[in-house]
Design a protein around this ligand. Structure first.
Ligand code: ADP
Ligand code: MG
Ligand code: ZN
Length: 490
C-alpha cells in the first residue's frame, strides 16, 4: 500500500513592536537582565487592566494582506485558560473565534508547479514567561523564571493540512519567514525563539479523502529539526500502521540528540482551554480605510521581486532567488545597480556582475561572520565602484575578491584598497611580454608539447605567466601574447 503524508503547521512569530502586547514595557527583552522589563500588567498583579497595542494589530493585518487573507471587520480577544508556571495570569489572552486575518494562502513547489497551501488564520496573542531548569550542587532540581518575555506580542499563523512532504513544510516555513521579514513585522529568527513551529503530521492510504489521526510535534528550534522530525514522524506512523497498529492522537517532542520524536502528552490529557471572551478588552473594529492605508504601505513581496529581477535585470531564476531571499540583500543589490545611470544591455551586464559578487564572495564573507549585509562595512556604492574597477580591467577578478575582503574588513573604498595594496592589473602588452618570455624560456617541455599538438599546454603556460607576474597580468592579454609567441615558433 502507498501512503500519503498530510502536514499542517502552526507557526508562532514574535512581533517587532516597541512595547508589549498589553502594557508599555519594552518588547525587546533578549538583551535585558532577567525580570527587568516587567510591570504590574505583565506580572499579572491583581486589579490591573490590559491595553491593546495598535501596532501589533496592524502587523497581523499586514501579515494577512501578505498571505492573501481576508481581514476581519470586528475582532475580539478571548481568554485561553491553562495552568503552567510560565503563564502569569493562569490564562493567555488570545483570539478564538475572531482571528484578525483568515482564509489566505501561500505557495510551495510541487511537481514543478506552484501549489497553493491554505493559511487558515493569523491571530494575535501574548507570549509567556521563560523557565530555565537547572540542578544545584547536590543534584537537586530547580527552575528560574524570567518574566521579561511575558506579554510580548505573539502572532500565530495556522496552516491548512495541505502540505505533503517534509521538504514542502520547510519551503512553507522559509517563505513565511521571508514574508514576515519583508514586511518588517518580525525578526523571525528561529534560534532566538522569535519564530517557532509546531508540526501536525498524519498519514493516509494514497487516494483516501479522509485524514488519518494526527500527531503534533513540538520543540523544534531549527528549520532542519522541523524537516527531520516530520520525516521521522511519517516513517514512524507508516511502520506502526503497516504493523497493524494505530496512531494515537498525541503531542510528541523532537529529541534533537537522538533524532526521534517522543510522546509528551496523550489525548486524554489534552488541555481544556475553556475559552471565554476577555471582559477587560473592547472589541477592535477594523475599518476598510485602515486596511486600505496599510495595503498602500506594503512593500513589494518576494515573489513579485523575483519576477521583476528576472525581467528588469535579465537575471537567471537562480541568481534572482538568492538575491530576494532576504529583503536587505535585495535592497543592497538594487541600490548598487541603480547607483550608475545605465540602460539596456549595460544594466543587465552590470546586474550580472553585481549578482555574482553578492551571491558568491560577499555571501561567503557574510556567512563566515554570521551577519546580514546591512550590518557589514561594505556599502552598495562601494560594491558599484568595485565593479567599475573590474569592468575597466584595472584589477583582475582574483584581485577583485581580495579587494572585497579588505572592504569587508575595513570599510575602505575599493580604490583606496587597490592603492594601499599596490594592486592593479597589467594590461599593457609591453609590461606583460617579459613574463611571457620568461615562462617560455623556463618551460621548454611545455613549449614542445604545444608544438607537438598538445593545445592544453597553453593553459599551463598561462598559469606560469600569472605566477611570474604575481597575479597582476590580465589573463586575456597573457593568452593573446602566448599564442602569438608560440605560433611564431611553429
Ligand atoms: P487542534 O484542534 O488539534 O488544534 P486543528 O484542526 O485546529 O487541530 O488544526 C491544527 C493544525 O493541525 C492545523 O495546522 C491543521 O492544518 C493541522 N491538521 C489538522 N488535521 C490534520 C491531520 N489530520 N493531519 C495533519 N495535520 C492536521
Ligand atoms: Mg492546535
Ligand atoms: Zn509590562
Amino acid at each position: 500500500m502507498e501512503w500519503e503524508p498530510v502536514i499542517g503547521l502552526e507557526v508562532h512569530a514574535q512581533l517587532l513592536t516597541k512595547s508589549k502586547m498589553f502594557c508599555t514595557c519594552p518588547a525587546n527583552y533578549q538583551d535585558s537582565p532577567p525580570n527587568s522589563t516587567v510591570c504590574p500588567v505583565c506580572l499579572a498583579m491583581p486589579g490591573v487592566l490590559p491595553v491593546i497595542n495598535q501596532q501589533a494589530v496592524e502587523f497581523v493585518i499586514m501579515t494577512g494582506l501578505a498571505l492573501n487573507c481576508s481581514i476581519a471587520e470586528n475582532v475580539e480577544f478571548d481568554r485561553k485558560s491553562y495552568s503552567y508556571p510560565d503563564l502569569m495570569k493562569g490564562y493567555q489572552i488570545s483570539q478564538w473565534e475572531n482571528p484578525i486575518s483568515y482564509d489566505g494562502w501561500l505557495t510551495v513547489e510541487r511537481d514543478g508547479v506552484q501549489q497553493k497551501i491554505g493559511v487558515t488564520r493569523a491571530h494575535l496573542e501574548e507570549d509567556v514567561a521563560k523557565l530555565q531548569h537547572s540542578r544545584d550542587g547536590a543534584g537537586e532540581g530547580y527552575a528560574l523564571m524570567d518574566v521579561n518575555r511575558a506579554g510580548v506580542p505573539l502572532m500565530e499563523v495556522v496552516g491548512e493540512p495541505d502540505l505533503r512532504t517534509a521538504d514542502e513544510a520547510r519551503e512553507y516555513m522559509t517563505k513565511l519567514r521571508s514574508i514576515l521579514r519583508y514586511i518588517g513585522v518580525s525578526t523571525a529568527d528561529m534560534d532566538q525563539g522569535s519564530f517557532r513551529c509546531d508540526a501536525n503530521v498524519s498519514v493516509r492510504p494514497k487516494g483516501s479523502t479522509e485524514y488519518g489521526t494526527k500527531v503534533e510535534v513540538k520543540n523544534m528550534n531549527s528549520f532542519r529539526s522541523v524537516h527531520d522530525s516530520i520525516e521521522y514522524e511519517i516513517e514512524r506512523q507508516i511502520k506502526l500502521l503497516e504493523g497493524g497498529g494505530r496512531v494515537e492522537q498525541e503531542t510528541r517532542g523532537w529529541d534533537e540528540n537522538r533524532e526521534v520524536t517522543v510522546s509528551q502528552r496523550s489525548k486524554e490529557y489534552a488541555n481544556d482551554y475553556r475559552y471565554l471572551p476577555e471582559p477587560d478588552l473592547p472589541p477592535v473594529l477594523i475599518s476598510r480605510e485602515w486596511v486600505g492605508e496599510l495595503q498602500s504601505k506594503m512593500p513589494e513581496m518576494p515573489v513579485d521581486r523575483l519576477a521583476r529581477f528576472q525581467n528588469e535585470y535579465n537575471l537567471s531564476e537562480y541568481d534572482a532567488s538568492l538575491l530576494v531571499s532576504a529583503k536587505s540583500t535585495a535592497d543592497f543589490f538594487e541600490d548598487a545597480v541603480k547607483s550608475r545611470a545605465l540602460d539596456g544591455d549595460a544594466v543587465a551586464k552590470r546586474a550580472k556582475s553585481l549578482a555574482n559578487l553578492v551571491n558568491s564572495e560577499l555571501a561567503r564573507l557574510l556567512n563566515q561572520s554570521d551577519i546580514e549585509v546591512t550590518d557589514s562595512k561594505v556599502t552598495s556604492d562601494g560594491l558599484a565602484e568595485l565593479v567599475d574597477l573590474l569592468d575597466a580591467r584595472t584589477i583582475s577578478s582574483t584581485q577583485g575578491k581580495e579587494v572585497l575582503e579588505a572592504m569587508f574588513n575595513t570599510g575602505d573604498a575599493p580604490s583606496k584598497v587597490v592603492e594601499a595594496k599596490g594592486l592593479s592589473q597589467l594590461t599593457d602588452s609591453g609590461a606583460i611580454l617579459p613574463a611571457v618570455q620568461e615562462a617560455l624560456a623556463s618551460n621548454p617541455q611545455a613549449v614542445e608539447d604545444y608544438l607537438n599538438g598538445k593545445e592544453t599546454a597553453v593553459k599551463f603556460l598561462v598559469g606560469q605567466v600569472m605566477k611570474i607576474s604575481k597575479g597582476k597580468a590580465d589573463p586575456a592579454m597573457v593568452n593573446t601574447l602566448l599564442e602569438e609567441q608560440l605560433s611564431a615558433k611553429k
